[in-house]
Design a protein around this ligand. Structure first.
Ligand SMILES: Cc1cc2nc3c(=O)[nH]c(=O)nc-3n(C[C@H](O)[C@H](O)[C@H](O)COP(=O)(O)OP(=O)(O)OC[C@H]3O[C@@H](n4cnc5c(N)ncnc54)[C@H](O)[C@@H]3O)c2cc1C
Length: 381
Protein backbone atom coordinates (compact mmCIF):
# COMPACT_ATOMS: atom_id res chain seq x y z
CA UNK A 1 0.00 0.00 0.00
CA UNK A 2 1.37 3.39 -0.95
CA UNK A 3 1.32 6.30 1.52
CA UNK A 4 -1.62 8.70 0.95
CA UNK A 5 -0.58 12.16 -0.27
CA UNK A 6 -2.65 15.36 -0.58
CA UNK A 7 -2.20 15.92 -4.32
CA UNK A 8 -3.44 19.54 -4.38
CA UNK A 9 -1.04 20.52 -1.61
CA UNK A 10 1.83 18.64 -3.29
CA UNK A 11 1.12 20.39 -6.61
CA UNK A 12 1.19 23.78 -4.90
CA UNK A 13 4.46 23.09 -3.01
CA UNK A 14 6.17 21.69 -6.12
CA UNK A 15 5.22 24.81 -8.11
CA UNK A 16 6.37 27.05 -5.27
CA UNK A 17 9.70 25.21 -5.06
CA UNK A 18 10.24 25.45 -8.84
CA UNK A 19 9.50 29.18 -8.91
CA UNK A 20 11.59 30.09 -5.82
CA UNK A 21 14.56 28.00 -7.02
CA UNK A 22 14.33 29.60 -10.53
CA UNK A 23 14.30 26.12 -12.07
CA UNK A 24 13.31 27.36 -15.55
CA UNK A 25 16.39 29.65 -15.70
CA UNK A 26 18.60 26.91 -14.25
CA UNK A 27 17.38 24.49 -16.90
CA UNK A 28 18.50 26.86 -19.68
CA UNK A 29 21.81 27.51 -17.89
CA UNK A 30 22.52 23.77 -17.57
CA UNK A 31 21.82 23.35 -21.28
CA UNK A 32 24.36 26.05 -22.15
CA UNK A 33 26.92 25.04 -19.49
CA UNK A 34 26.41 21.33 -18.80
CA UNK A 35 26.99 20.29 -15.19
CA UNK A 36 25.29 18.10 -12.63
CA UNK A 37 22.92 20.30 -10.53
CA UNK A 38 24.14 19.21 -7.09
CA UNK A 39 22.46 22.05 -5.17
CA UNK A 40 19.00 21.23 -6.56
CA UNK A 41 19.63 17.47 -6.19
CA UNK A 42 20.35 17.99 -2.47
CA UNK A 43 17.37 20.32 -2.07
CA UNK A 44 15.06 17.71 -3.65
CA UNK A 45 16.58 15.08 -1.33
CA UNK A 46 15.94 17.25 1.73
CA UNK A 47 12.29 17.57 0.72
CA UNK A 48 12.00 13.76 0.38
CA UNK A 49 11.28 14.18 -3.34
CA UNK A 50 14.08 12.01 -4.73
CA UNK A 51 12.71 8.57 -5.61
CA UNK A 52 9.46 9.24 -3.72
CA UNK A 53 7.97 5.89 -4.82
CA UNK A 54 10.81 4.00 -3.12
CA UNK A 55 9.37 2.10 -0.12
CA UNK A 56 9.89 3.62 3.32
CA UNK A 57 11.96 0.55 4.40
CA UNK A 58 14.65 1.70 1.96
CA UNK A 59 14.48 5.36 2.99
CA UNK A 60 11.97 6.51 0.35
CA UNK A 61 8.65 8.31 0.84
CA UNK A 62 6.52 5.28 -0.15
CA UNK A 63 4.24 7.26 -2.47
CA UNK A 64 2.14 5.77 -5.25
CA UNK A 65 2.40 6.54 -8.99
CA UNK A 66 -0.26 9.30 -9.03
CA UNK A 67 1.53 11.31 -6.33
CA UNK A 68 4.85 10.94 -8.11
CA UNK A 69 3.23 11.96 -11.41
CA UNK A 70 1.85 15.12 -9.75
CA UNK A 71 5.33 16.12 -8.58
CA UNK A 72 6.86 15.39 -12.00
CA UNK A 73 4.18 17.37 -13.84
CA UNK A 74 4.81 20.50 -11.77
CA UNK A 75 8.60 20.28 -11.88
CA UNK A 76 8.55 19.68 -15.66
CA UNK A 77 6.01 22.43 -16.35
CA UNK A 78 7.88 24.98 -14.25
CA UNK A 79 11.49 23.86 -14.67
CA UNK A 80 11.90 21.70 -17.77
CA UNK A 81 12.91 18.04 -17.81
CA UNK A 82 16.10 18.32 -15.70
CA UNK A 83 14.60 18.35 -12.21
CA UNK A 84 11.85 15.86 -12.96
CA UNK A 85 14.51 13.44 -14.24
CA UNK A 86 16.54 14.00 -11.05
CA UNK A 87 13.51 12.87 -9.03
CA UNK A 88 13.49 9.59 -10.94
CA UNK A 89 17.18 8.69 -10.84
CA UNK A 90 16.99 6.71 -7.54
CA UNK A 91 14.11 4.70 -9.03
CA UNK A 92 16.18 4.02 -12.14
CA UNK A 93 18.64 2.43 -9.68
CA UNK A 94 16.02 0.34 -7.85
CA UNK A 95 18.06 -2.78 -8.70
CA UNK A 96 20.23 -1.64 -5.77
CA UNK A 97 17.48 -2.95 -3.51
CA UNK A 98 18.74 -6.43 -4.39
CA UNK A 99 22.15 -5.49 -2.97
CA UNK A 100 23.53 -6.39 0.46
CA UNK A 101 22.48 -4.22 3.46
CA UNK A 102 25.96 -2.64 3.23
CA UNK A 103 25.37 -1.62 -0.41
CA UNK A 104 21.91 -0.25 0.41
CA UNK A 105 23.28 1.78 3.36
CA UNK A 106 26.37 3.04 1.52
CA UNK A 107 24.71 3.93 -1.80
CA UNK A 108 20.93 3.72 -1.94
CA UNK A 109 19.86 5.59 1.21
CA UNK A 110 22.37 8.44 0.63
CA UNK A 111 21.14 8.70 -2.97
CA UNK A 112 17.59 9.28 -1.73
CA UNK A 113 18.95 12.13 0.40
CA UNK A 114 20.73 13.68 -2.62
CA UNK A 115 24.19 12.98 -1.20
CA UNK A 116 25.55 10.66 -3.91
CA UNK A 117 24.73 9.94 -7.53
CA UNK A 118 24.66 6.42 -8.96
CA UNK A 119 24.43 5.76 -12.72
CA UNK A 120 23.33 2.77 -14.78
CA UNK A 121 25.66 1.19 -17.32
CA UNK A 122 24.15 -1.38 -19.62
CA UNK A 123 24.77 -0.25 -23.22
CA UNK A 124 28.03 -1.23 -24.94
CA UNK A 125 29.44 -0.50 -28.39
CA UNK A 126 28.21 -3.94 -29.53
CA UNK A 127 25.04 -4.24 -27.42
CA UNK A 128 22.26 -1.68 -27.03
CA UNK A 129 18.75 -2.85 -27.86
CA UNK A 130 20.13 -6.40 -27.83
CA UNK A 131 21.04 -6.51 -24.13
CA UNK A 132 21.76 -10.23 -24.20
CA UNK A 133 24.77 -9.51 -26.45
CA UNK A 134 26.69 -7.76 -23.63
CA UNK A 135 30.42 -8.51 -23.85
CA UNK A 136 31.64 -7.03 -20.54
CA UNK A 137 32.80 -9.82 -18.27
CA UNK A 138 33.37 -10.30 -14.59
CA UNK A 139 35.69 -13.16 -13.59
CA UNK A 140 36.02 -14.54 -10.07
CA UNK A 141 39.66 -14.53 -8.95
CA UNK A 142 41.22 -16.02 -5.83
CA UNK A 143 44.70 -14.84 -4.82
CA UNK A 144 46.74 -14.14 -1.68
CA UNK A 145 44.21 -11.44 -0.70
CA UNK A 146 41.22 -13.80 -0.92
CA UNK A 147 38.36 -13.91 -3.44
CA UNK A 148 37.44 -10.88 -5.54
CA UNK A 149 36.10 -10.00 -9.01
CA UNK A 150 37.78 -8.55 -12.09
CA UNK A 151 35.69 -6.47 -14.52
CA UNK A 152 36.72 -5.93 -18.15
CA UNK A 153 34.64 -4.19 -20.80
CA UNK A 154 33.40 -0.94 -22.32
CA UNK A 155 30.14 0.83 -21.44
CA UNK A 156 29.10 3.42 -24.00
CA UNK A 157 26.24 5.97 -23.89
CA UNK A 158 26.25 6.15 -20.07
CA UNK A 159 24.47 9.12 -18.48
CA UNK A 160 26.39 10.79 -15.62
CA UNK A 161 29.71 9.36 -16.84
CA UNK A 162 31.36 12.52 -15.49
CA UNK A 163 29.49 12.83 -12.19
CA UNK A 164 28.31 9.48 -10.83
CA UNK A 165 30.27 8.30 -7.81
CA UNK A 166 29.26 4.71 -8.60
CA UNK A 167 27.39 2.83 -11.32
CA UNK A 168 25.29 -0.29 -11.59
CA UNK A 169 27.27 -2.15 -14.24
CA UNK A 170 25.76 -5.15 -16.03
CA UNK A 171 28.23 -7.81 -17.15
CA UNK A 172 28.39 -11.47 -18.09
CA UNK A 173 29.60 -13.86 -15.40
CA UNK A 174 30.81 -17.27 -16.59
CA UNK A 175 29.04 -20.03 -14.66
CA UNK A 176 30.31 -23.63 -14.48
CA UNK A 177 28.85 -25.77 -17.31
CA UNK A 178 26.62 -22.96 -18.50
CA UNK A 179 26.38 -19.89 -20.72
CA UNK A 180 27.59 -16.62 -19.18
CA UNK A 181 24.87 -15.00 -17.11
CA UNK A 182 24.09 -11.28 -16.95
CA UNK A 183 24.70 -9.99 -13.43
CA UNK A 184 24.59 -6.53 -11.81
CA UNK A 185 27.58 -5.04 -9.96
CA UNK A 186 27.86 -1.83 -7.98
CA UNK A 187 31.11 -0.27 -9.15
CA UNK A 188 32.58 2.85 -7.47
CA UNK A 189 33.84 5.00 -10.33
CA UNK A 190 37.17 5.94 -8.70
CA UNK A 191 38.67 2.43 -8.84
CA UNK A 192 41.99 1.83 -10.60
CA UNK A 193 41.59 0.83 -14.27
CA UNK A 194 38.54 3.04 -15.06
CA UNK A 195 38.77 5.77 -17.72
CA UNK A 196 35.99 7.99 -19.10
CA UNK A 197 35.52 9.81 -22.45
CA UNK A 198 32.65 12.31 -22.57
CA UNK A 199 30.27 12.79 -25.54
CA UNK A 200 28.47 15.93 -26.68
CA UNK A 201 24.68 15.58 -26.85
CA UNK A 202 21.87 17.46 -28.61
CA UNK A 203 19.69 17.57 -25.46
CA UNK A 204 19.81 16.73 -21.75
CA UNK A 205 23.40 17.94 -21.81
CA UNK A 206 23.54 18.19 -18.01
CA UNK A 207 23.69 14.37 -17.93
CA UNK A 208 27.21 14.53 -19.41
CA UNK A 209 27.06 11.11 -21.10
CA UNK A 210 30.12 9.19 -22.05
CA UNK A 211 31.95 5.93 -22.59
CA UNK A 212 33.45 4.20 -19.57
CA UNK A 213 36.36 1.77 -20.08
CA UNK A 214 37.01 -0.97 -17.52
CA UNK A 215 40.49 -2.40 -17.86
CA UNK A 216 40.82 -5.38 -15.46
CA UNK A 217 39.16 -3.47 -12.62
CA UNK A 218 39.36 -5.25 -9.30
CA UNK A 219 36.02 -5.28 -7.44
CA UNK A 220 35.34 -6.44 -3.88
CA UNK A 221 33.06 -9.49 -3.49
CA UNK A 222 30.33 -7.24 -2.03
CA UNK A 223 30.08 -5.47 -5.42
CA UNK A 224 27.74 -8.17 -6.73
CA UNK A 225 24.10 -6.99 -6.59
CA UNK A 226 21.56 -9.76 -6.31
CA UNK A 227 22.01 -13.22 -7.79
CA UNK A 228 24.28 -14.30 -10.63
CA UNK A 229 22.26 -14.42 -13.87
CA UNK A 230 19.37 -12.33 -12.52
CA UNK A 231 20.61 -8.93 -13.80
CA UNK A 232 18.44 -9.01 -16.92
CA UNK A 233 15.22 -9.90 -15.09
CA UNK A 234 15.83 -7.17 -12.48
CA UNK A 235 16.30 -4.72 -15.36
CA UNK A 236 13.12 -5.74 -17.17
CA UNK A 237 11.05 -5.12 -14.04
CA UNK A 238 12.63 -1.72 -13.49
CA UNK A 239 12.28 -0.68 -17.14
CA UNK A 240 8.51 -1.25 -17.12
CA UNK A 241 8.09 1.26 -14.29
CA UNK A 242 10.57 3.71 -15.84
CA UNK A 243 8.77 3.77 -19.17
CA UNK A 244 5.36 4.52 -17.71
CA UNK A 245 6.57 7.30 -15.45
CA UNK A 246 8.81 8.94 -18.08
CA UNK A 247 5.69 9.33 -20.22
CA UNK A 248 4.38 11.77 -17.60
CA UNK A 249 7.38 14.09 -18.11
CA UNK A 250 7.09 14.13 -21.92
CA UNK A 251 3.40 15.04 -21.72
CA UNK A 252 3.93 17.72 -19.06
CA UNK A 253 6.56 19.47 -21.21
CA UNK A 254 4.35 19.27 -24.30
CA UNK A 255 1.27 20.52 -22.46
CA UNK A 256 3.19 23.60 -21.32
CA UNK A 257 4.27 24.42 -24.87
CA UNK A 258 0.75 23.71 -26.13
CA UNK A 259 -0.69 26.18 -23.61
CA UNK A 260 1.88 28.79 -24.66
CA UNK A 261 1.31 28.32 -28.40
CA UNK A 262 -2.47 28.65 -27.98
CA UNK A 263 -1.90 31.98 -26.26
CA UNK A 264 0.34 33.03 -29.14
CA UNK A 265 -2.23 31.85 -31.74
CA UNK A 266 -4.87 33.99 -29.97
CA UNK A 267 -2.80 37.18 -30.02
CA UNK A 268 -0.51 37.06 -33.05
CA UNK A 269 -2.08 38.93 -36.02
CA UNK A 270 -1.22 38.16 -39.63
CA UNK A 271 -3.09 38.65 -42.90
CA UNK A 272 -5.64 40.61 -40.88
CA UNK A 273 -6.51 37.60 -38.71
CA UNK A 274 -5.43 35.89 -35.53
CA UNK A 275 -2.82 33.19 -36.25
CA UNK A 276 -5.13 30.53 -34.80
CA UNK A 277 -7.93 31.53 -37.19
CA UNK A 278 -5.82 30.26 -40.08
CA UNK A 279 -7.38 26.86 -40.52
CA UNK A 280 -4.07 24.99 -40.92
CA UNK A 281 -3.00 26.27 -37.49
CA UNK A 282 -6.38 25.94 -35.75
CA UNK A 283 -6.84 22.34 -36.98
CA UNK A 284 -3.33 21.34 -35.87
CA UNK A 285 -3.96 22.78 -32.39
CA UNK A 286 -7.33 21.01 -32.17
CA UNK A 287 -5.67 17.70 -33.03
CA UNK A 288 -2.80 18.32 -30.60
CA UNK A 289 -5.17 19.07 -27.75
CA UNK A 290 -7.10 15.84 -28.37
CA UNK A 291 -3.96 13.73 -28.77
CA UNK A 292 -2.55 15.14 -25.52
CA UNK A 293 -5.75 14.26 -23.67
CA UNK A 294 -5.88 10.76 -25.17
CA UNK A 295 -2.21 10.07 -24.37
CA UNK A 296 -2.69 11.40 -20.82
CA UNK A 297 -5.63 9.04 -20.24
CA UNK A 298 -3.63 6.07 -21.56
CA UNK A 299 -0.66 6.96 -19.34
CA UNK A 300 -2.90 7.40 -16.27
CA UNK A 301 -4.53 4.03 -16.96
CA UNK A 302 -1.04 2.48 -17.18
CA UNK A 303 0.03 4.04 -13.87
CA UNK A 304 -3.14 2.76 -12.19
CA UNK A 305 -2.50 -0.76 -13.52
CA UNK A 306 1.06 -0.62 -12.16
CA UNK A 307 -0.26 0.67 -8.84
CA UNK A 308 -2.55 -2.38 -8.63
CA UNK A 309 0.42 -4.65 -9.39
CA UNK A 310 -1.00 -5.85 -12.73
CA UNK A 311 1.28 -7.14 -15.48
CA UNK A 312 1.78 -4.00 -17.59
CA UNK A 313 5.08 -4.41 -19.47
CA UNK A 314 3.68 -3.91 -22.97
CA UNK A 315 1.26 -1.16 -21.93
CA UNK A 316 4.06 0.74 -20.17
CA UNK A 317 6.18 0.38 -23.31
CA UNK A 318 3.42 1.76 -25.52
CA UNK A 319 2.61 4.52 -23.01
CA UNK A 320 6.18 5.75 -23.43
CA UNK A 321 5.95 5.52 -27.23
CA UNK A 322 2.56 7.27 -27.37
CA UNK A 323 3.52 10.03 -24.95
CA UNK A 324 6.88 10.60 -26.61
CA UNK A 325 5.61 10.76 -30.20
CA UNK A 326 2.63 12.92 -29.17
CA UNK A 327 4.88 15.29 -27.22
CA UNK A 328 7.33 15.65 -30.11
CA UNK A 329 4.51 16.50 -32.52
CA UNK A 330 3.04 19.07 -30.13
CA UNK A 331 6.47 20.61 -29.41
CA UNK A 332 7.24 20.76 -33.11
CA UNK A 333 4.01 22.71 -33.68
CA UNK A 334 4.91 25.06 -30.83
CA UNK A 335 8.25 25.76 -32.55
CA UNK A 336 6.59 26.12 -35.98
CA UNK A 337 3.72 28.40 -34.98
CA UNK A 338 6.02 30.71 -33.04
CA UNK A 339 7.92 31.23 -36.30
CA UNK A 340 11.51 32.48 -36.07
CA UNK A 341 11.25 33.02 -32.31
CA UNK A 342 10.13 29.39 -31.93
CA UNK A 343 13.38 28.16 -33.43
CA UNK A 344 15.45 30.40 -31.16
CA UNK A 345 16.68 29.83 -27.63
CA UNK A 346 14.63 32.87 -26.51
CA UNK A 347 11.68 30.49 -26.12
CA UNK A 348 11.72 27.13 -24.30
CA UNK A 349 10.14 24.96 -27.03
CA UNK A 350 13.34 23.97 -28.85
CA UNK A 351 15.03 22.83 -25.62
CA UNK A 352 11.94 20.89 -24.59
CA UNK A 353 11.92 19.23 -28.05
CA UNK A 354 15.62 18.30 -27.80
CA UNK A 355 15.18 16.93 -24.26
CA UNK A 356 12.10 14.88 -25.16
CA UNK A 357 13.76 13.53 -28.33
CA UNK A 358 16.04 11.25 -26.26
CA UNK A 359 12.93 9.30 -25.23
CA UNK A 360 12.74 7.68 -28.66
CA UNK A 361 16.08 5.98 -27.92
CA UNK A 362 16.78 5.78 -24.18
CA UNK A 363 15.01 3.35 -21.79
CA UNK A 364 14.07 1.19 -24.81
CA UNK A 365 13.92 2.65 -28.31
CA UNK A 366 10.55 3.03 -30.03
CA UNK A 367 11.27 -0.04 -32.14
CA UNK A 368 12.07 -2.32 -29.20
CA UNK A 369 8.94 -1.11 -27.39
CA UNK A 370 6.78 -1.95 -30.40
CA UNK A 371 8.44 -5.38 -30.65
CA UNK A 372 7.25 -6.04 -27.09
CA UNK A 373 3.66 -5.11 -27.94
CA UNK A 374 3.70 -7.01 -31.25
CA UNK A 375 4.96 -10.14 -29.47
CA UNK A 376 2.09 -9.87 -27.02
CA UNK A 377 -0.42 -9.53 -29.86
CA UNK A 378 1.00 -12.27 -32.06
CA UNK A 379 2.48 -14.62 -29.47
CA UNK A 380 6.15 -15.55 -29.31
CA UNK A 381 7.64 -17.64 -32.14
C1 LIG B 1 19.96 10.53 -23.52
C2 LIG B 1 20.36 9.11 -23.42
C3 LIG B 1 20.74 8.60 -22.20
C4 LIG B 1 21.16 7.28 -22.10
N1 LIG B 1 21.59 6.82 -20.89
C5 LIG B 1 22.07 5.57 -20.80
C6 LIG B 1 22.57 5.11 -19.56
O1 LIG B 1 22.60 5.83 -18.56
N2 LIG B 1 23.04 3.85 -19.49
C7 LIG B 1 23.02 3.02 -20.57
O2 LIG B 1 23.43 1.88 -20.43
N3 LIG B 1 22.58 3.43 -21.76
C8 LIG B 1 22.09 4.69 -21.90
N4 LIG B 1 21.63 5.15 -23.11
C9 LIG B 1 21.74 4.27 -24.27
C10 LIG B 1 20.43 3.69 -24.77
O3 LIG B 1 19.86 2.83 -23.83
C11 LIG B 1 20.74 2.97 -26.10
O4 LIG B 1 21.20 3.96 -27.01
C12 LIG B 1 19.53 2.25 -26.64
O5 LIG B 1 19.25 1.10 -25.88
C13 LIG B 1 19.75 1.81 -28.12
O6 LIG B 1 20.91 1.07 -28.23
P1 LIG B 1 22.01 1.45 -29.34
O7 LIG B 1 22.36 2.89 -29.19
O8 LIG B 1 23.11 0.47 -29.26
O9 LIG B 1 21.26 1.30 -30.71
P2 LIG B 1 21.00 -0.08 -31.50
O10 LIG B 1 20.55 -1.13 -30.54
O11 LIG B 1 22.17 -0.37 -32.36
O12 LIG B 1 19.79 0.34 -32.39
C14 LIG B 1 19.96 1.14 -33.58
C15 LIG B 1 18.60 1.43 -34.16
O13 LIG B 1 17.96 0.21 -34.51
C16 LIG B 1 16.65 0.19 -33.98
N5 LIG B 1 16.21 -1.18 -33.71
C17 LIG B 1 16.59 -1.97 -32.70
N6 LIG B 1 15.96 -3.16 -32.79
C18 LIG B 1 15.16 -3.09 -33.88
C19 LIG B 1 14.25 -3.99 -34.49
N7 LIG B 1 14.05 -5.20 -34.02
N8 LIG B 1 13.59 -3.58 -35.61
C20 LIG B 1 13.82 -2.34 -36.14
N9 LIG B 1 14.67 -1.46 -35.59
C21 LIG B 1 15.33 -1.82 -34.48
C22 LIG B 1 16.76 1.01 -32.71
O14 LIG B 1 15.51 1.49 -32.32
C23 LIG B 1 17.66 2.13 -33.17
O15 LIG B 1 16.90 3.10 -33.84
C24 LIG B 1 21.19 6.46 -23.24
C25 LIG B 1 20.78 6.98 -24.48
C26 LIG B 1 20.38 8.28 -24.58
C27 LIG B 1 19.98 8.82 -25.92
Amino acid sequence: MSRPVDLAQLRASARDFAVKAHLADRSRELDEHPAFPWAEYRALGEKGWLGPRVPEDFGGAGWGYRAEATLLEELAANGGSVFAKLVLQPEFCSVLRHGSPAVVDRWYRPMLRGEVLVGNQITEPGAGSDVRALASRVERVRDGEGEHFVLTGVKSEAAFAADAKAALVYAQVPVPDGAPAITAFLVPQDLAGITVELHGDMGERWMRRGTVHYDSVRLPKEAQVGEVGKGFSYLVEELTQERAILAVIYLALARESHREVIEHARTRQLFGKRLGDLQAVGFALAEDSTLLDAATLYVEQTLDRLERGEDSASQAAMAKWLANTTALRVLDHAIQFHGGAGYSTKLPHEQRWRDVRSGGIAHGSHETLKMLKARELLGRK
